[in-house]
Structure formats: structure tokens, C-alpha cells
Write a protein that binds this ligand. Sequence first.
Ligand SMILES: NC(=O)c1ccc[n+]([C@@H]2O[C@H](COP(=O)([O-])OP(=O)(O)OC[C@H]3O[C@@H](n4cnc5c(N)ncnc54)[C@H](OP(=O)(O)O)[C@@H]3O)[C@@H](O)[C@H]2O)c1
Length: 293
Amino acid sequence: MTKFVKLSNGIDMPIIGLGTFKVRGVDVLRPTLETAIAAGYRSIDTASVYRNEADIGLLLKELLPRHELERREIFITSKLGPKDHGKGRCRDACLGSLEKLGLSDIDLYLIHWPGTQGHAPGDAGNPTRRLESWRDMEQLYKQGKCRAIGVSNYTERHLTELLDQCEIAPHVLQTEYHPHLVRPGLLSLCQQHNILLQAYSSLGTTVSPEQKNKLLHDETVLSVSKEVNRSPALVLLRWAVQQSIGVIPKSTNLEHIRSNLEVFDFKLTNGQMDKLTSLDQQHHYCWNSETVL
Ligand SMILES: NC(=O)c1ccc[n+]([C@@H]2O[C@H](COP(=O)([O-])OP(=O)(O)OC[C@H]3O[C@@H](n4cnc5c(N)ncnc54)[C@H](OP(=O)(O)O)[C@@H]3O)[C@@H](O)[C@H]2O)c1
């Protein structure tokens, strides 16, 4: 069963959730969510750009009663589409996501990307537009539409800028984080401000097929996996969770969905943790927002 971490505002967030990037259509989502909920997942990560919010909303109506779960027993995250930055636009987008999901409030709403779609990464308007979005999110939070708010793909620079200007500090920062991309500066900035760091692409999947599963096949990951007699995927998830970093592995393989929850059933030694951390290559398997002004 899932374990929880307390966010800075006192809300409990499951430390593991189910990722749903590229998981689309009721036929795929139904067995995926059904298996996840039955196995004990209590958190689902979606986003406006994943185009699966409406299907997830439909399935929540079906699956929660079937599993005798109340709305509050499941933690739903969605994200502001990068095209929807700006004053009023962010508010409308969040309310639109709520409608699709069939929810009156959302557990966590994140700014998906620090830049605005349709504008160059170096566009001088990016900082103003993302601050306007944050102001909308502060209002949505105060009005109870979002139980927690946060950002995604913010670097230390983007986060420091936000912390300097916000009224309400983000509760969560979701970003790429795994042994090939270790970010001690970002992690320590989050810890200093009581912001929960949630990792994505923990298993190092990538959009480019030639790099697929490079992390899952890393020799050190494989040797630790042998030592603890757990799959390489579990070793990578455990490495994060043992540092109190949240994880949201995605899978449509029902066995993988179930087995990823075994992350709570074993521990890595300090030596194994250090070995994995030393694999750092500052390599992004997903997006890199460094160039976004
Ligand atoms: N904020 C952002 O910009 C952002 C960016 C990327 C992702 N995300 C979120 O983070 C989630 C996770 O990231 P991700 O989807 O990039 O990748 P991921 O969770 O690191 O990896 C998913 C891949 O790993 C495989 N997998 C899962 N469990 C496995 C296991 N036990 N053994 C072997 N293979 C396993 C899955 O294939 P099978 O289906 O075959 O198991 C899938 O191909 C996303 O779904 C999304 O919700 C957010």
C-alpha cells in the first residue's frame, strides 16, 4: 500500500503515483487504472497536454465506487498546458481541467513548463506570463479549487525567481530526476523551502528510441538489482523514494504496475545509494528547460 508525504500546507500526498503520459483512450486507461487502484495506488498524474483528463474523469466515476473509495482517498494531479499561460488564461485552463476530470477541486495543480508555447524559449515575456499564471494559481488555491499548487520543469533559476515574487510558495516541484540526472542544487533549494521534489522519468525513458532503457540497462543498476534481488525498475524507484523524492512511474503493463509498488518492501544500503548517485551524467532523457528565460 502507498505511503504518504506531508506537503508544507499539511496535505498528505502519496509518495508514489501512476504516470499517464501517452496513456490515452478508455480501452487502455480502464485496465491500467483498475489494476493500479486495486494494487493500492492512490495518486494519478495527468496534464492538459496528455489529452486524457476526460477519460480519467469518466473512469474515476466508475472505479472509485467499485473500490469503495471516497473522492478524498485519491490524489489527482494535473498541469497547466504551456499554451495557457497568463492572467485569466491559467484560471480558465484549471477550471477546464476540473470539468474534464469531473472534480470540484484538484489535489495538485502544476505549471507544466516555465515557457509559453508559441514563444521562443528566450522570449522576454516568459517570466511575466508564468508569474501571471502563478498569481491565478494562488487565487485558485485560496478559493479551494486547488488543494496544493506547484511547478514543473523549473530550474533553480526559475524557482528562485518565483520564490522571490510569490505570495504562496509552491508545495511541489515535479522534474526529471534519476541517477543519470542528479540535481543536488535543485533538491537542496526545494528542501530549504519545504517544497516536495517529485521525479518524473525515473526509469529514464526517452522520446528517442536509440536511447530507450539506457538507464534500466546500466551496469551498476543491474548489479545493485542483483544484490537486492529486485528489478532494475524497483532499484531506480527506491533510490528516489529513499531520499523522500516522489515518483510517478508510468506503465500500461499490469504486472509492472503492481510490482512497482514493491518499492516500499526493501531498502538500499548507503553504499548502494552512493553507487547509484555516482552514475550522474547530467543527461536529460526528457525535456530540458535550461534555455527558457
Ligand atoms: N512534468 C513533465 O514535464 C513530465 C514529463 C515526463 C513525464 N511526466 C510524468 O511522469 C510520468 C513518468 O514518466 P515517463 O512516462 O516519462 O517515464 P517512466 O515512468 O520513467 O517510464 C515509463 C516506461 O517504463 C516502463 N516501465 C514501467 N515500469 C516498469 C518496470 N517495472 N519494468 C520495466 N519497465 C517498466 C514502461 O513500459 P510498460 O508500460 O511496458 O511497463 C514505460 O515505457 C509520466 O507518465 C507523466 O505522468 C511529467
